[in-house]
Design a protein around this ligand. Structure first.
Ligand code: FES
Ligand SMILES: [Fe+2]
Length: 355
């Protein structure tokens, strides 16, 4: 764990100590993770409890009971309120104390209030805005393919023991196909163009794809790698602060939705979509059948995706360790996309932002 002394010894512009810009929508959970019990998440040092009310609407409150500072995520949901496990105080959806079970007739409810975070459930994920500006002015990235009948989804969770910048760099540098060997989805990447603006970096590579989804049985390539054949495809990777999106030809789209936890831990959701757009006959079939097909094929790229994630995490863990051992040692970087990404992270991350 990085200590405050360690952080103080590094430069203010050190990317591996850079905070997040809180005025964006971050992804803190899958919708399916929040059921009938409160759950805790941590987004850049802030411990937050998520729960569903009676209408199934998600709420996000500071995960600390104001009475004795224990975690409210240890408690339970009572109607629309959250009940602390310790003495049973309850808090409503606004974060106000709504009940103390042992309040005497002469006592008033304490006026304590929990911080409440703007939160939305959208496209299968829970999006949370930790900042202090108007959240309506920024739109969550969203995942438009999530409910679309022509896309088959697979989700892999990334729990990465490193600063989020290492993961962003990993995702933007397509020359690391070398690492993935058996799981390789692309090869021979060559950077052609970079486009940069205030909130994004787009990198256009020419590459070879191992997969082509043009016949219905093509999906079996995701299960049986031996069926793959290399062919050229454009590969585009975009860092749209604070998330990442990629397309490989027409057949694949991948998202990485970020939840940076603190300087040395990052959680993210990698979502892989296989497109069925090429099968126009399929689109004439009844919607119920297409939905059944989409649901039945959910997770078909799981082995591929989990394998890629395992290999990437191992590298990032080592990068983080090397940095902690010697933060001033610099890399030999040849991919110009990395410098652009680092500049964007530093320009957005407010170095001193922390709870
Ligand atoms: S600590 Fe929560 S009710 Fe006492
Ligand atoms: Fe990778």
């Amino acid at each position: 764990m990085i200590t405050s002394d360690f952080l103080a010894s590094t430069s203010k512009q050190d990317i591996r100590a850079c905070a997040i810009d809180p005025n964006h929508w971050y992804v803190v959970a899958r919708g399916s993770e929040v059921k009938d019990k409160p759950i805790e998440i941590t987004l850049w040092h802030q411990n937050i409890v998520l729960y569903r009310d009676e209408e199934s609407t998600i709420h996000a409150l500071e995960n600390r009971c104001p009475h004795r500072q224990v975690k409210l995520s240890e408690g339970k949901i009572v109607g629309n309120d959250l009940e602390c496990a310790y003495h049973g105080w309850q808090f409503d959806r606004q974060g106000n104390c709504s009940l103390v079970p042992y309040l005497s007739p002469k006592q008033k409810l304490p006026s304590c209030k929990l911080r409440r975070y703007p939160v939305r459930e959208l496209d299968g994920f829970i999006w949370l805005f930790p900042g202090d500006t108007n959240p309506e002015q920024v739109s969550p990235l969203g995942v438009s393919e999530w409910d679309h009948l022509n896309y088959i989804a697979t989700v892999s969770v990334i729990n990465c023991p490193g600063h989020y910048s290492f993961l962003v760099e990993n995702l933007m540098d397509m020359y690391h196909g070398h690492l993935h060997d058996d799981y390789q989805a692309w090869a021979s990447a060559s950077l052609q163009e970079l486009r940069v603006d205030k909130n994004s970096v787009e990198a256009f590579y020419e590459a070879q794809s191992y997969y082509r989804i043009d016949k219905i049985w093509s999906i079996s390539q995701l299960f049986f790698p031996a069926l793959r054949r290399l062919h050229p495809e454009p590969l585009k990777v975009s860092y749209i602060y604070p998330h990442w999106v990629s397309t490989l030809g027409e057949d694949f789209k991948i998202y990485c939705l970020f939840c940076p936890i603190h300087e040395t831990a990052t959680r993210a959701y990698l979502i892989h979509f296989t497109s069925l757009n090429a099968f126009w006959l399929l689109h004439k079939l009844p919607v119920w059948f297409r939905r059944w097909l989409k649901n039945s094929l959910f997770g078909s790229a799981q082995k591929l995706l989990d394998g890629l994630v395992r290999q990437d995490i191992k590298m990032i863990e080592q990068e983080q360790q090397a940095y902690e051992q010697n933060p001033r040692r610099s890399n030999y970087e040849l991919n110009p996309a990395i410098a652009k990404v680092q500049k964007l992270i530093l320009s957005q991350g407010i170095v001193d932002y922390k709870l």
